[in-house]
Design a protein around this ligand. Sequence first.
Ligand SMILES: [Zn+2]
Length: 488
Amino acid sequence: MKKIAFLLVMVFCAFAFVGCANSFDYKSDLTSYDIDIKYDDVAQTLTVSQTTDYINTTNNTLSCVKFHLYPNAFREGAKAKVVSTQNKDLAYPNGESYGQIDISEVLINEDTANFEIEGEDENIVSVSLSQQLYPDERVLIGFSYVVTLANINHRLGYGENAVNLCNFYPVACMYEDDDFVCDLYNSNGDPFYSAVADYDVSILYPNTYTLASTGNQVTQNFDLVKQTDITAKCVRDFGMVLSKNFEQKNAVCDDLTINYYYYNDEEKKKTVDLIEQVMSFFEQNIGEYPYSQISVVETNFVHGGMEYPNMVLISDDITDYSTYQLVIVHELLHQWWYGVVGNNQFDYGWIDEGLTEFCTVYFFEKHQEYGRNMNDMISSATQSYKTFAKVYESVLGSVDTSMNRPLNKFSTEPEYVYNTYVKGTLMFSTIYDLVGEKAFLKALKYYYNQNIYNIATPTILIKCFSHGSGKNLEGIFSSFLEGKVVIK
Ligand SMILES: [Zn+2]
């Protein structure tokens, strides 16, 4: 995600690219989701039938499987707020509005099953298995449910221009240290953590809408409705956006199709050129983008942007075109950092956000026609970080500058943003200066290739960067992560 209030710099213009390709082997034996949806734009509901073919990838024998119910974060009275107080007006232009998920039935291998709604915010469904599930075994878990959408400019909800349908379905919790990971929603950052999976999704919706989504679509038109069938292999999540206002501009770059959905962009050609340029630049400098399409989607969204596999949301609230471009670069980078190489975004937001921010700086350094460069962006980040630390110190008497904290341990949104995005940029910039460009790129590629489709932890990242660059970077990483380094 990108919070535009804290952007580092500004600029203009675009061109030049070199070539995109995709030929990776996807992971096999993944959990798969088969989801049939009917969208009602009057009631603002999704009526859904979902079958999850769940594989036990843990070393334990399971007697239940737990899934996140993110739509319940939008319930009235939810303890964990979906937006901070300062963003409330932007998120709810028509006053507070609520949504939720109501599960009517759960099936195990087609027989009715017992399930419990759990968690502080009814944020988890725990499905009891009729028989124990041994490692590597599979079970079919069926859900029938209705998602009610809030009128909110958020990841899930309808706004004036578009309907954002992300994090709408029960998604399997990760399993670590002999238990399911069931963290609550948080208004800070992206409170998600999931494994790559296969998706077959079918959605029926009024034919006045256009659909942007993760995966590859096939659409059939009927009298008043359309049905789009979508296949997405080996992706970390699945998202969609519907709008009556979408215009579309597409491009094909080798095997990659670029889909740009917008309703308010006078520079659409430049925007598509930028998307091509970013995708090919990072395919060269990080590694292959292993999917055949990328969609960039303008939509009503409270923050600057948000990443999903094969699809990024860019806020229509951004009025300055150079900021719009900056957010596009940031969100596209998440295809590598978050999408292909995953991390626990709740516990270690800096892993994907810090790397994404610094790679954004690197892109602009190598494309100075946009009017930005590394020196200015890093100076600006340093200054703004120092101001943040000074203000917090004078107001609160002290400032916690550690980065390695879960989202719910940051006391305010600025504290999260400065310690994750800004300090993350400064940390990777320090490492870049220390090892040099060549070794840094080697480290970046090594880290990517070692962790494709998997989960990187802080230890894995530090080891990969040390190995890839040929320098022991443990000390420097930990001095930043633990808040010991003084930013000068
Ligand atoms: Zn981000």
